[in-house]
Ligand binder design. Structure first.
Ligand code: SF4
Ligand code: SF4
Length: 332
C-alpha cells in the first residue's frame, strides 16, 4: 500500500558530511568543495557536533555521508558516539568501497544500515555514470556487508541516462538481500550543473509512468521502497520541510543547511562555529521558505526551473513538492 510520508514533526534528521573527499567522480555528485570545504573533520569535532543535535531532540536520526565517509579513519568512533548519545537510527551512505576495513570495525547491532549507491542495473550503465569498476565493487561490498550481518539499503539516482534500467533493478535487489530501496531524483547542483544534467532530468510524464510501477514491483518482492513525490496535483497541499520539519545538512566547513537544493549557494540558515550552532545573518534559506508561490517549492523555481511547465495563460500545470516529501511502499 502506497502512502505519502508526512514530514515527521517530532523527529530530527541529521545528514552529516564528515568529509568531502571521494575516490569516485560520479557525474551527478552534489558535493561542491568550494561551498562545502575540503577539510576532514577531526573525530572530536564530529563528536561535539553530534552532541549538539542529540541535545535538540530525543528522537534524532543520523546519516553519515561524504564524499565517501568510509575514507574517514575514525568513522567507527563517530558511529559509537552517535549510539552512546542515543541517536534513534544510524546509517552510513557509501559507494561500496568500504575503506579502512569498516565492516570489521563496526557492530551490526550498532549500525542500522549501510546504504549503498548504484545508478544502473547493469555494469555498463552504472559505470558510465559512477566510474569504471564501481558496479562490481559496490555489488561485492553489499554481499560482504550482508554476510557480516549488516542491513543494507540501496539508493538509485534517476536521470535520463539510467531511467530505462530502473525496472531491471528489483530482481537484483532481491538477489542481493537489500531490504530498503530509495529512488532519488537528480538534483541540479554540484557536478550536475557542470555536466549539464538539467537536460537529463526526467519529465513529469516519464516519472509518473515509471517510478510508481518499479516501486510496486520491488515492494512485491518484500523490499520497502521510498521515492520523492516530486509533483503535486492542484488539490494536494504543499508544505516546505524548512518550515515544518527538522532536517539539518551539515558540511565539514561548518555550514548547516535545512534545504538540500540550496547547497551550491551560501544560503545556509545556520553555521557551526567552534562547537556552537549559530543562526546566519539575512538573507539566507530561512527567509525564502515562507514565500508562497503557485509553483510550490520556491528553491526549485529559483534553481532548477526546467522541471516546471505552464499553460497558455501562464498558470503552472502542477506544483513541485518539497524534495523531502516521500512516498513509501512497504515490502509485501
Ligand atoms: S556521488 Fe558519492 S560516490 Fe560519487 S563522487 Fe560524489 S561522494 Fe563520491
Ligand atoms: S526543497 Fe523547497 S519546499 Fe523543500 S525545504 Fe527546500 S525550499 Fe522548502
Amino acid at each position: 500500500m502506497k502512502k505519502t510520508v508526512a514530514f515527521s514533526k517530532n523527529a530530527t534528521n541529521v545528514f552529516f558530511h564528515i568529509l568531502t573527499n571521494c575516490n569516485l567522480k560520479c557525474e551527478h555528485c552534489y558535493i561542491n568543495k568550494e561551498q562545502h570545504g575540503e577539510n576532514i573533520l577531526p573525530v572530536e569535532t564530529i563528536e561535539s557536533w553530534l552532541q549538539i543535535f542529540a541535545e535538540k531532540n530525543k528522537d534524532t536520526n543520523v546519516v553519515f555521508l561524504g564524499g565517501e565517509p568510509t575514507l574517514h579513519p575514525d568513522l567507527p568512533l563517530a558511529i559509537k558516539k552517535a549510539k552512546s548519545l542515543g541517536y534513534n537510527s544510524i546509517t552510513v551512505d557509501t559507494n561500496g568501497y568500504l575503506f579502512h576495513d569498516i565492516l570489521s570495525k563496526v557492530d551490526p547491532h550498532v549500525l542500522d544500515y549501510f546504504s549503498f549507491s548504484l545508478d544502473g542495473a547493469t555494469r555498463k550503465t552504472n559505470d558510465m555514470i559512477r566510474g569504471k569498476g564501481s558496479y562490481d565493487t559496490c555489488v561485492a561490498g553489499i554481499r560482504k556487508a550482508i554476510d557480516k550481518g549488516f542491513a543494507a539499503s540501496l539508493i538509485y539516482t534517476v536521470s535520463k541516462k539510467n531511467l530505462h534500467e530502473l525496472d531491471k533493478i528489483a530482481p537484483l535487489l532481491k538477489e542481493l538481500g537489500i531490504s530498503r530501496f530509495f529512488i532519488q531524483v537528480i538534483g541540479i547542483r554540484g557536478q550536475s550543473v557542470k555536466n549539464r544534467y538539467e537536460k537529463l532530468q526526467v519529465s513529469r510524464n516519464e516519472w509518473l509512468k515509471t517510478i510508481p510501477v518499479v516501486a510496486d514491483k520491488a515492494a512485491k518482492l518484500g523490499i520497502t521502497v521510498t521515492y520523492p513525490k516530486v509533483f503535486l496535483n492542484e488539490d494536494e497541499p504543499f508544505e516546505c520541510a524548512g518550515l515544518v520539519a527538522k532536517n539539518y545538512f551539515i558540511f565539514p566547513n561548518g555550514r548547516v543547511y535545512q534545504c538540500p537544493i540550496c547547497e551550491d549557494y551560501p544560503l545556509h540558515g545556520y553555521s557551526l562555529e567552534g562547537n556552537t550552532l549559530l543562526k546566519t545573518p539575512k538573507i539566507n534559506e530561512t527567509d525564502l521558505f515562507g514565500l508562497n508561490i503557485p509553483e510550490g517549492c520556491v528553491m526549485n523555481k529559483l534553481i532548477q526551473p526546467r522541471n516546471l511547465s505552464y499553460d497558455k495563460q501562464g498558470k503552472p500545470e502542477y506544483k513541485v513538492a518539497c524534495c523531502m516529501l516521500k512516498e513509501e511502499i512497504q515490502g509485501q
